[in-house]
Design a protein around this ligand. Structure first.
Ligand SMILES: C[S@@+](CC[C@H](N)C(=O)[O-])C[C@H]1O[C@@H](n2cnc3c(N)ncnc32)[C@H](O)[C@@H]1O
Length: 300
């Protein structure tokens, strides 16, 4: 195996010894360490594990061991998320830019895209409320070529990050980013949106305080804190959905694992139809969807 201009060649023996030394005092953090090797070192886990059988082989790394160790030490010392130190994360089939400006996209949120795709055609106009890194907007714009999307966030810092991801990964001109409060910047689209996704902040304030410091101290409070019962943002998003959705248009939401019944009730109280929940990989209800009646007038 040869090094290229962008890689350094490291022997399997050296790499495995270095990895063991880095993890000596914290074996429970193996998964995070191997994630760093993959994301910042360019060494997928299967290639790392293969070295156990062939330690005499050499592998190319995107960065020298010293640089990777500096990232690891910084993470262990200061609690800065590895994703922030690396600056990107894998999400669906993409590598997204991430940073302290917005929530690090979570794997379970990928399901919100899949749920939206199960609803079939009719995706002409869509919106992503609380876009953060833009993960959902990027994925939907790629899945629905020719559609028109809007990515909304109150945070200008998050929107700048979303814009970067959209410019790099979505079809040109497919998504406009708008700063403001949930539906407010979308006034012109009243009654015309076929699909709206939102992963709003839904963690009760008291639970936010008890989160792992890696999350609590490094991810934006605006992205996490859903108020006293965690439902404050969900209430606002659901309340205006009946007038903002097109007749027959769908709203798809992510929520906390114990909010399924409350969110379905809010959707029903708002007059939306076909309310249902969907589970995450652990079987917890984490998503809710409902649609506006197709019999109503768009401006009703
Ligand atoms: C849980 S994060 C979700 C980010 C991204 N959609 C994702 O799934 O990774 C919630 C997002 O909602 C945004 N947000 C919070 N309050 C808002 C408001 N009143 N109006 C618009 N966006 C808001 C936050 O800035 C944050 O980016």
């Amino acid at each position: 195996m040869n090094a290229t201009a962008d890689t350094v060649l490291v022997s399997g023996v050296d790499l495995l010894a270095w990895r063991r030394a880095c993890l000596r005092d914290q074996p429970a953090r193996r998964a995070a360490f191997d994630w760093l090797l993959d994301a910042a070192g360019g060494l997928p886990w299967r290639d790392l594990q293969a070295l156990v059988l062939q330690p005499e082989r050499s592998v190319p790394l995107a960065q020298p061991l010293e640089a990777l160790e500096a990232l690891w030490s910084c993470h262990c010392r200061s609690g800065v998320p590895l994703q922030h130190l690396v600056g990107r994360v894998p999400w669906r089939d993409l590598w997204l830019d991430v940073g302290p400006e917005a929530l690090i996209p979570r794997q379970e949120t990928e399901l919100l895209v899949d749920l939206a795709l199960t609803l079939g055609p009719g995706q002409g106009r869509w919106a992503d409320l609380g876009t953060g890194s833009g993960c959902l907007a990027v994925a939907l714009a790629r899945a629905w070529p020719g559609s028109t999307g809007w990515a909304v966030d109150r945070s200008s810092e998050a929107l700048a990050l979303a814009r970067r991801n959209l410019d790099r990964l979505a079809p040109a001109g497919a998504v406009a980013v708008l700063q403001g409060d949930w539906w407010q910047p979308l006034g012109l689209q009243r009654g015309r949106l076929d699909r709206v996704v939102a992963n709003p902040p839904y963690i009760p304030s008291i639970v936010v305080e008890a989160l792992d410091p890696v999350v609590r101290d490094h991810e934006p409070r605006l992205a996490l804190d859903g108020g006293g019962d965690g439902l404050a943002a969900l209430r606002q998003v659901i309340a205006a959905a009946p007038v903002m959705l097109a007749p027959g248009g769908w709203l798809l939401l992510e929520h906390h694992h114990d909010q399924g019944a409350a969110v379905r009730q809010l959707l029903q109280d708002a007059g939306l139809q076909d309310c249902r929940s969907a589970p995450d990989l652990e079987g917890h209800g984490r998503f809710a969807l409902a649609r506006r009646s197709s019999m109503e007038h768009a401006d009703g």
